[in-house]
Design a binder for this molecule. Structure first.
Ligand code: GUN
Ligand code: FE
Length: 442
């Protein structure tokens, strides 16, 4: 396959490169093997060959190619309640909405109904890779994996472990620590055989829901399983006042230190939220090579704080974006990119001089839309240690073709990228590819 058109791809957290009118050549394995610019000798030859073979996709003048987006934090089972009960505090929301909903996934038909809607919805929003929380039920988690394979999404999926009777309801918890661990092990085996049968892009993930919901035995056992199989790990970390304080009361330590103690803070870890992380925690994340999934929409509702995202960027921590469906209501990383910029602006230099400086925000807190674009692409890929998120040889061909609605009004390329990030919706995402395969078309 060869795609002809102009594209954007981030190289650093503040630098997005624009390439005008190029050929992006994709090999049999769904990898980008060449990017050819108009002045290269064999441009016409490569173009002609692809065209004759019926394998040339030409972008319209108002269309641009972008890397597919990588959503680092999605609760797949919560899709039916996206937008509901966002005014409840986190622990109430969990107990009155989320746990009752997630318990329904012991019904495989319900699981299939939801998951076969969610996966195409995310693809239609340009999300080519998702890091999913499932539920405690392996049958439903495998249905999610099959939906990802069916619709062609790159998916990292975790069987949720939650066995602490003090923080989970009797109708929705792992029966014991042993059950949580053996079912995690079983899920890993089943994912491996499904992957081999189908050739799908699916990976199992070690998933303690968050520290409060797990016993020490389970946290410890999951750390061991992660090490044994060398697998990615995901959880929530220092999300809200209540949750952060709960962990301090139980362990006398912050989430980051507790996760680390149990072997759950590795270079394959992606931890959601982090609004309450202090500088020591941020440095521990950096030392371990662990990533933060920044969920700016969700944080506004449940986080009791704003993640100082630029602090992590400047510190070279690994960081990407997460929708946190349904703590966040939107399945779109475009919308989350906008909220990430807006939230960062509100941390910067408050003007109320009657407040102490520490309450007024600080300088150097804002991020630009280019940094959001970086997090949605390169930052997400680095967090998952995958060769994705860039349009360069050696990277997977996970791509989206988007239309500039205001192309009538000429703008510099750097401004066009901002416009696309602010204006794109599923209606203007024309085609989406994962591993060179067309998975969504308008
Ligand atoms: N903490 C534990 N579980 C959850 C969840 O499902 N969503 C969010 N936002 N936080 C959590
Ligand atoms: Fe979450």
């Amino acid at each position: 396959l060869v795609i002809e058109g102009s594209f954007f791809s981030a190289s650093k957290s503040t630098v997005v490169n624009y390439k005008h009118h190029s050929l992006i050549s994709i090999d049999q394995n769904g990898m980008i093997d060449r990017v050819i610019n108009e002045h290269q000798e064999d441009y016409d030859q490569v173009r002609k060959r692809a065209d004759h073979a019926g394998r040339l996709i030409e972008l319209q003048p108002d269309e641009y190619l972008l890397p597919g987006f990588i959503d680092l934090h999605v609760h797949a089972p919560q899709w039916p309640q996206a937008g509901l009960a966002l005014d409840r505090p986190l622990n109430e929301w969990l107990n009155h909405y989320t746990f009752p909903l997630e318990a329904r996934y012991q019904d495989s038909q319900f699981a299939q109904h939801v998951y076969e809607q969610l996966v195409p919805e995310l693809l239609a929003n340009g999300t080519t890779t998702a890091l999913y929380f499932g539920t405690i039920h392996n049958s439903a988690n495998l249905i999610l994996a099959k939906a990802a394979v069916k619709f062609g999404q790159r998916a990292f999926i975790g069987k949720v472990a939650m066995d602490n009777p003090e923080q989970t309801p009797s109708y929705y918890r792992d029966e014991s620590s042993q059950a949580a661990l053996s079912q995690t092990d079983e899920f890993i085996q089943k994912m491996e055989s499904l992957q081999q049968q189908t050739g799908g892009h699916i990976t199992p993930v070690i998933t303690p829901r968050f520290v409060p919901s797990c016993t020490d035995e389970t946290l410890n056992g999951l750390g061991q399983i992660a090490r044994k199989y060398d697998l990615p790990i995901q959880s929530h970390c220092s999300e809200s006042n209540w949750e952060h304080q709960y962990v301090i009361d139980r362990f006398g330590q912050h989430d980051a230190q507790v996760l680390d103690k149990f072997g759950l803070l590795t270079q394959r870890s992606v931890m959601a939220h982090g609004t309450q992380l202090d500088d020591t925690d941020i440095d521990l994340f950096k030392q371990r090579g662990s990533a933060v999934a920044h969920c700016p929409i969700s944080n506004a509702y449940f986080g009791n704080g704003v993640l100082p995202v630029n602090k992590l960027i400047v510190n070279h921590n690994k960081i990407g974006l997460g929708s946190d469906i349904s703590g966040g209501y939107s399945p779109s990383l475009y919308e989350n990119s906008r909220q990430a910029v807006q939230a960062s602006r509100m941390l910067e230099d408050g003007t109320d001089t009657t407040l102490p400086a520490s309450k007024r925000g600080a300088s150097n807190r804002r991020i630009s839309m280019k940094t959001s674009f970086y997090m949605a692409t390169v930052g997400g890929a680095d967090s998952l240690n995958i060769m994705a998120g860039k349009i360069e040889p050696g990277y997977v061909a996970d791509l989206q073709i988007v239309q500039d609605k205001n192309a009538d009004f000429a703008a510099e390329p750097a401004d066009v990228l901002d416009r696309l990030m602010y204006q794109t919706s599923p209606a203007t995402i024309k085609k989406v590819f994962v591993g060179g395969q067309l998975v969504t078309e308008k």
